[in-house]
Design a protein around this ligand. Sequence first.
Ligand code: ARG
Length: 586
Amino acid sequence: MASVHSLASTLQQHLADALKAALPDAGSADPLLRRSDRADFQANGILALAKKLKGNPRDLAATVTSAIPANDLIKDIEVSGPGFLNITLTDRAITGTLAARAADDRLGVPYAENPGTTVIDYAQPNVAKEMHVGHLRSAVIGDAMAKIMEFEGETVVRRHHIGDWGTQYGMLIQYLIEHPHELDHQDGKADGEAAMSALNRIYKASRAVFDSDEAFKERSRDRVVALQSGDPETRALWQQFVDESKIYFYSVFSKLDMEIDDPDIVGESAYNDMLEETCRLLEESGVAVRSEGALCVFFDDVKGPDGNPVPLIVKKTNGGYGYAATDLSAIRNRVQDLKANTLLYVVDVRQSLHFKMVFETARRIGWLNDGVKAVQLAFGTVLGKDGKPFKTREGETVRLEDLLDEAVERASAVVREKARDLTADEITERGTQVGIGAVKYADLSTSASRDYKFDLDQMVSLNGDTSVYIQYAHARSRSITRKAGELRAQARPELELAPAERALGLHLDRFGEVLSEVAAAYEPHKLTAYLYSLASLFTTFYDQCPVLKPEVPGDVAENRLFYSQLTARTLHQGMDLLGIRTPERL
Ligand code: ARG
């Protein structure tokens, strides 16, 4: 499909050519083009250039301006201030470029120039434990980033590094051996809630015995050894826990309207057979050393409060392998077998030190090299309305499913209020799309590294930076199309544009640039900001530029319908990349 040069990139090219023609000795100077309020664009690069060439910036600006070859793009260019260029584009160029975008399935968005392979580690809950809001963030941000990168042409391998290995399974399995029917579902149903409540019950019960009964504790420890060495009976029971947990995970992911594929669930246990070798290689190369019986990696800049170095422990004194050994083994697998150029980890900022040490260790031994980039897309904490980490009134972790149900309930109330002619089924469907969209959008729209407040009232508000505001703008455009009857959307580049049309058009043209920025910097909040502005500009357009009123001339109406439809497509595409639905009606 044909990618389309954006107005900004074409303009950039004209200016760069003019700079080169007017000042052959200037080297490759950047015109520093920016969107501007005074005109459509402003070029600020002449100032720096004048300084370098010791010339008068205003004179230089005039010289460059006159060197711009004749073109259909620039309507007006003037020198302002100390030597800025204010540039206004022709209406013809705006509508013409949008027409080229509309003719393409991808809205003219080009593929990245040098795509590679990214392994993205996200949506990684823990077996036999309830998911919490932190798992929500990783899932939502990771899912959006994976889709955006794929849209840019990157090969994306998804890895759900679930916590499914470790000492607590010894306790759980031992308990199950001594109480064989605890995982059977009393009512025969194996839905997510039933699965979780069974796991919860076993967890609590086994914990109680573990804490009070020394002999059980001992048997549990032996059970861990049996698990790690692959004893078949123990493995079979462990598998039961994993399967049961997956039923639960899938119920949450499906509530989140998120597709997770079973082969992509590659948990900590998957690297078990590599752990010993990973440690051996680290020790042989001298990257890791024995310290107080443990195998450790030390860093000059990582010290505890007492000033003593805090090592990354890859193998504990008792011979057990920890989180670090698994992550280091996963790096070997992802780089050497999956051929990743980028490793992206969507993980809580509280694990940043762990990743810093793991990446540094992998670099020292060469598992990460110049050809591979490892990045933690670190996210902050979800806070309650009171600004403290999100908990129930009783101080417990909020159950993710309850939270999503509540969001859907609130959203359904908003939908019911807004559209009185919808059937009960329609309200349920829209309520789900709006409610889940609201939760995802709130998560995606603050820069990931910052904490954010989980405030359902704000999330489902029709005014402000919310998904429902954007969904509503989309539905409005779809409604215009439904009511358009015989009228066909048709770009009319010969027409002069009203201010609201120009502003909408210039913004529509930026979609591809925004996506490539978001993909390169892992910043989905820049896409939400773009879509929110697009919805706002569309709202102004909707108020100021009627499409279907009888007094609007035919060609103007066709052109406006074209603008409206391209807006709906862009909103839909952008929201889809964020994992948020855009219903036809609201
Ligand atoms: N399961 C972990 C947790 O719940 C997150 C795993 C992150 N990924 C990784 N490769 N360590 O905190």
